[in-house]
Design a protein around this ligand. Structure first.
Ligand code: KIV
Length: 266
């Protein structure tokens, strides 16, 4: 029997300075491959709206979509912790958040849910955690806010935005979040936030000092045909097979060789 990764496992990994590997999956077969490669957390990302459904953003993704894909992934994940994204407008109120997250756990089988946003989400995070729903917060570039932000851009280069991000990260941790994803953030800011928090901080385009790294599996396997963002490394280039590429990602996260200088924002 394989020992499951839990929220406590991830906390212990941070305390012992062991890097955490995270990849997205949207179906049973990819989940099996990713799980077998030793990835610690499988994220059923709402990126499925773009890479599976062919939409222009993550905004049209529904709770039904998330529940369906989380169920499929759960059947293939034996060891990894199963993290599922709360889609756009599924947590606009506390009542909505409880209903949506409850479905993702009860029907989808998720162990933790992820939601985007800072200070505005504190009440929702508190309510979820008080209902025994572990929460991963998401700061920096928030794809569900793409229309407010005016595009997919690095966040936190201005000192006021950076300061707000640090404050939001601390407040989310105090509200009970168990993990934090930082997306497209200057490496020094992400390093400061990772050092400040006691919960694991997982970076995507946020530098090597984070406690772990996440990538969209279709990006790091070269399945995505659109131009890859700077922070993506195609692990298929040197691997020759999908299992080898996935193992290569886990090894590179663990030994700190990914992300390298070319994947990082100043
Ligand atoms: O939806 C997703 O895949 C994500 C990652 C980019 C972190 O949120």
């Amino acid at each position: 029997m394989v020992k499951r990764v839990t929220v406590q496992t991830l906390l212990k990994m941070k305390q012992q300075s062991e890097k955490i590997s995270v990849l997205t999956a949207y179906d049973y077969s990819f989940a099996q491959q990713i799980d077998s490669a030793g990835v610690d957390v499988i994220l059923v990302g709402d990126s499925l709206g773009m890479v599976v459904q062919g939409r222009e953003s993550t905004i049209p993704v529904t709770v039904d979509d998330m529940v369906y894909h989380t169920k499929l992934v759960g059947r293939g994940a034996e060891r990894a912790l199963l993290l599922a994204d709360m889609p756009f407008m599924s947590y606009a109120t506390v009542a909505q958040a409880l209903e949506s997250a409850g479905r993702m756990m009860k029907e989808g089988g998720a162990t933790m849910v992820k939601l985007e946003g800072g200070a505005a989400q504190l009440e929702v995070v508190d309510a979820l955690v008080n209902s025994n729903i572990p929460v991963c917060a998401h700061l920096g570039l928030q794809p569900q806010a793409v229309h407010r932000l005016g595009g997919y851009r690095v966040q936190g280069r201005e000192s006021s935005v950076a300061q707000q991000m640090v404050e939001d990260a601390v407040a989310l941790q105090s509200a009970g979040a168990s993990m934090l994803v930082l997306e497209c953030v200057p490496a020094t800011l992400a390093a400061n936030i990772s050092a400040e928090l006691t919960i694991p901080v997982i970076g995507i385009g946020a530098g090597a000092a984070c406690d772990g790294q996440v990538l969209v599996s279709y990006d790091m396997l070269g399945v995505t045909m659109d131009a890859a963002p700077k922070f993506v490394k195609n692990f298929m280039d040197d691997a020759g097979s999908i299992p080898a590429a996935l193992r290569g990602f886990v090894a590179a996260v663990q030994d700190g060789s990914f992300p390298a200088a070319e994947h990082i924002f100043d």
